[in-house]
Design a protein around this ligand. Structure first.
Ligand SMILES: Cc1cc2nc3c(=O)[nH]c(=O)nc-3n(C[C@H](O)[C@H](O)[C@H](O)COP(=O)(O)OP(=O)(O)OC[C@H]3O[C@@H](n4cnc5c(N)ncnc54)[C@H](O)[C@@H]3O)c2cc1C
Length: 326
């Protein structure tokens, strides 16, 4: 690290920016348990602190990566040579009034789903088993059973790339399958307003229990993973089937590179057997794509994003292809 960057990071850490940690191992902030150190990790407690960090890194041209629970990210073994801002439990308040839910960007999604159920609301059943934050979910328009959180979003409060706070409508977010317009703008989600209609508590509860049971049966639970690695679109299902089945049919279940393995339980998951590197995962992704391409002529794209040491995020398959060229 250059001396000037070192003093810039020290100056940022000396301000009112929430919890700070230098040289923080990102493997502790990733559900894959992979990744080198962030030179500085910050956990803000409110939107003013988020805005302060955003303005500082912009003015000083320091790489910034925003994360939630790191359940959709592959950090590089070299870590992040800049600032990682974690929007987590410090910004995870959830308030419910009638059909309206207002929650912080760091709200824990399973808790949000549970509280909405207890308040007699429906609409968030499909999110009960998603182990991320609301900010991450909104950013990705995540969900399950062909649904996305965007369907229930009415307003999103963000800190924009210049450090200003603004409110966006659902239309502004332009939600589509596992995508929102927020991904292109460098916005940080600090608060989300959702509207959920009144539901039948017993029915909502039994749907949630059934979803969790299915996940427990189908998905690996004990080995660190990042959920589904490859995107699964409706068009893809109609033409070639779901990625898990395509990968399994290609005989790739159990394929291993280093300590990364295509899960024996569900082929759209890559599990860390212990000490896997980001290079192991990227190489495995490249092999899986190549075999599937050779077998059925279909290109699998990644849902999981790779985070480079200079703070860039890109779909992991793009990095996997680049890795070959390097
Ligand atoms: C076992 C398992 C099951 C899963 N099941 C599902 C599923 O059914 N459906 C599904 O959609 N996903 C699923 N996922 C993936 C993941 O949990 C979701 O994508 C989740 O929404 C990511 O939230 P996060 O807080 O972990 O975000 P991270 O992984 O930390 O970040 C994801 C993206 O969001 C951005 N981001 C995070 N927080 C903010 C914020 N506050 N403001 C701006 N940008 C932000 C990051 O920069 C990054 O681009 C699963 C993952 C696991 C491990």
């Amino acid at each position: 690290m250059s001396q000037s960057l070192q003093s810039q990071l020290a100056a940022l850490a000396g301000q009112d920016v929430g919890r700070i940690a230098f040289d923080e191992p990102l493997s502790q902030h990733s559900s894959w348990r992979i990744g080198g150190a962030a030179w500085l990790l910050l956990e803000p407690e409110g939107r003013e602190q988020v805005a302060r960090v955003q303005r500082f890194v912009r003015e000083q041209r320091i790489p910034l990566v925003v994360i939630g629970r790191g359940t959709n990210l592959l950090f590089d073994d070299a870590g992040v040579h800049g600032v990682v801002m974690k929007i987590g439990e410090q910004m995870g308040d959830i308030r419910i009034s009638g059909q309206k839910i207002i929650a912080g960007g760091g709200a824990w999604v399973p808790q949000l789903a549970r509280l909405s159920m207890r308040a007699g609301l429906t609409g968030l059943e499909h999110t009960i088993g998603i182990p991320g934050t609301l900010g991450g979910l909104v950013m990705m328009n995540g969900g399950s059973q062909r649904k996305g959180i965007g369907e229930n979003v009415t307003r999103v409060s963000i800190v924009d790339a210049e450090g200003a706070t603004c409110r966006l409508s659902r239309e502004d977010c332009a939600f589509s399958y596992r995508h929102s317009a927020l991904q292109e703008t460098g916005s940080i989600v600090v608060e989300v307003e959702l509207c959920c209609p009144k539901g039948e508590l017993a029915k909502v509860r039994s749907e949630m229990i059934s979803d969790l049971r299915t996940r427990r049966r189908k998905f690996p639970r004990k080995q660190p993973n990042c959920g589904s690695v490859f995107l699964s679109t409706a068009e893809m299902h109609a033409s070639v089937g779901p990625p898990g089945k395509i990968i399994e049919d290609a005989g790739l279940k159990g394929m291993r590179i280093g300590q990364a393995e295509v899960s024996q339980q569900h082929a759209n998951f890559i599990v860390n057997l212990g000490g896997a590197s980001s290079a192991d995962v990227l190489t495995l992704i490249r092999h899986v794509r190549q075999k599937v391409r050779e077998r059925i002529g279909f290109e699998l794209d990644c849902e999981v994003c790779y985070v480079s040491p200079d703070g860039m995020l890109l779909p992991a398959h793009i990095k996997a292809d680049k890795q070959l060229q390097q």
